[in-house]
Design a protein around this ligand. Sequence first.
Ligand code: SAM
Length: 220
Amino acid sequence: MTENTRNFDNEAASWDDKPDRVKLAADITFAIRQNVPLSTDMDVLDFGCGTGLLTLALQPYVRFVTGVDSSRGMLAVLQRKINQANLANVKTVLLDLDRGDRLSGSYDLITSSMTLHHIPDIDALFCEFHRILKPSGLIAVADLDPDDGQFHSDNTGVYSFGFDRIMMRDKLARSGFQRISIIDAAHRGKTLSDGSTRQFCVFLATAQKQATGTLRRDCD
Ligand SMILES: C[S@@+](CC[C@H](N)C(=O)[O-])C[C@H]1O[C@@H](n2cnc3c(N)ncnc32)[C@H](O)[C@@H]1O
C-alpha cells in the first residue's frame, strides 16, 4: 500500500452504517435505473463496488453482476451479503488497477459509484472499460462535481477533487465512447470542518462504446 492509499479495509465493517452514504448509493441506483435500459440479459461489472450498495441494488434487474474492488475487506462484506441472500448472480473479484491488474470478462454495462476520484489515471480506466465492453456496451459512472477537496475530511487516496463535466465528456469521447450524457444523480449535504454545511452534487455519466475500428485517441 502506498502512502497516498486510503485503507478501505479498515472502513469495510462500518461502511454501511452511514445513512447518508446508503441514501447516496440508492439515489445513484435510481438515476441509473432511470437512464439505462437494464434487462435480464445483461452482464454488469460494478467497478469499485465496495460493500455492494450499488451492485446488489442492480442485481434483480440484470443477469449477472461482477463486483470488482481492490479492498479485501470491502469484498468480504459484499460476499457475506451474497451468501446470506443466497444470490447466484453476483460474484466478487479482487483486483487493483494501480498494481497493474487488468479487468477481465465481457460486459454489457459497467457501473461505478463514487470510485473514480480514488483512481489516479482515469484515462487508462476508461480505456480498460472500453476494452472489456461488448460492442455497443454501456457505462454508467457516478462521481462528484468539483468539490474543492471539501467532500472528504481526509483526502488521503483522493486523486481528483471532483470532475468538471466538460472535461469528463472529453475524456469519455477520447476513450472511444459516444452518446455521452451527464446529469445530476444525487446531492449529499455535509458539515465541513469549520462547522458550515455544503451540498455536494454527484453526476451520472452514461455513454456507449463506439463501434469497433473507431479511432480512440487516448487508448492503445
Ligand atoms: C468510496 S468507495 C465506493 C464504494 C461503493 N461503490 C459505494 O458506492 O458505496 C470506493 C471504492 O473503490 C475501491 N477502489 C479504490 N481504488 C481502487 C482500485 N485501484 N481498483 C479497484 N477498486 C478500487 C475502494 O476499495 C472502495 O471500495
